[in-house]
Design a protein around this ligand. Structure first.
Ligand SMILES: Nc1ncnc2c1ncn2[C@@H]1O[C@H](COP(=O)(O)OP(=O)(O)OP(=O)(O)O)[C@@H](O)[C@H]1O
Length: 253
């Protein structure tokens, strides 16, 4: 049975702008299913990143609720939210925010040490396992400035999943990468999703969107489209891309 991991209930988010309210998210109702790779698309300014940050507790909401595994997290205090983000959620951004004077290995392991329930031995083993998974074992001792953007982003993915998050939030994770590195990152995300990692990703890129099995389309802060896709394979990629482009065009994309 499909298990709901995260639910938005009449979610609204406004920003004050020169004394006026900019209503960015407008009564969004949404359920994210465990194991899904869900993508959020929509035109620039439609509220995609705001939705991602509101759902993940990185940003406060104006009204409505976000329920994580049935528990209202919008009423959590900052300390509880911070623990939830550290333990249950992982994050990847377009800008990678690795600590510049720590090696790739240390960048990955530090997130593990922050969760007090992890022993150092467990963290060290998992960091090595993950660096192997993302293909960085050979350069694990290098600083972020000594590797490519794609390698930095792979380290970010390892860092984001070191605490085995239930849900991985990704905001344009391939946006700053060249084509080859972007494909490597998408392959990696596809692989970890196949292994059960739930993912919610914002993207403008159709080639990234077809890695998902569900696409939500946002317009003026409302979800106006919700499309299911077959699980990605190299063989169905071209057909999926055509299907998604047609679906997006019908929504004025
Ligand atoms: N911190 C903020 N303060 C004020 N307004 C904001 C803030 N964050 C976002 N906004 C406004 O909210 C609207 C939606 O922004 P958001 O970044 O969520 O859109 P988006 O769909 O992700 O856009 P893009 O595709 O260009 O990244 C925009 O009008 C933006 O200016």
């Amino acid at each position: 049975m499909n298990q709901v991991l995260l639910k938005a209930d009449s979610l609204c988010k406004s920003f004050a702008n020169n004394g006026l309210q900019n209503h960015v998210l407008d009564h969004i109702d949404l359920e994210l299913i465990q194991g899904d790779f869900t993508v959020i698309m929509g035109s620039s300014g439609s509220g995609k990143s705001t939705l991602l940050y509101s759902l993940s507790g990185m940003d406060t909401v104006t009204s409505g609720k976000v329920l994580y595994q049935g528990i209202d997290i919008t009423s959590n205090r900052e300390k509880e939210l911070s623990m939830l983000r550290r333990k249950e959620f992982g994050f990847i951004f377009q800008q990678m925010h690795l600590v510049s004077n720590l090696s790739l290995y240390e960048n990955v392991a530090v997130s593990g040490y922050l969760l007090k329930q992890n022993s150092h031995k467990e963290v060290n083993e998992r960091a090595s396992e993950l660096l192997d998974l993302v293909g960085l074992m050979d350069c694990k001792k290098r600083l972020p400035s000594q590797v490519s953007g794609g390698q930095q982003q792979r380290a970010c993915i390892a860092r984001a999943i070191i605490n085995k998050p239930q849900l991985l939030f990704a905001d344009e994770p391939t946006g700053a990468l060249n084509k080859k590195s972007g494909i490597e990152i998408l392959d990696l995300l596809t692989e970890i999703n196949e292994e059960g990692q739930s993912i919610l990703m914002v993207t403008h890129d159709v080639k990234a969107a077809i890695r998902a099995n569900r696409i939500l389309y946002l317009e003026d802060g409302k979800v106006v489209g919700d499309m299911k896709l077959p699980r990605y394979t190299k063989d169905n990629a071209v057909a999926a891309e055509k299907q998604v482009v047609a679906w997006l065009s019908a929504r004025g994309w």
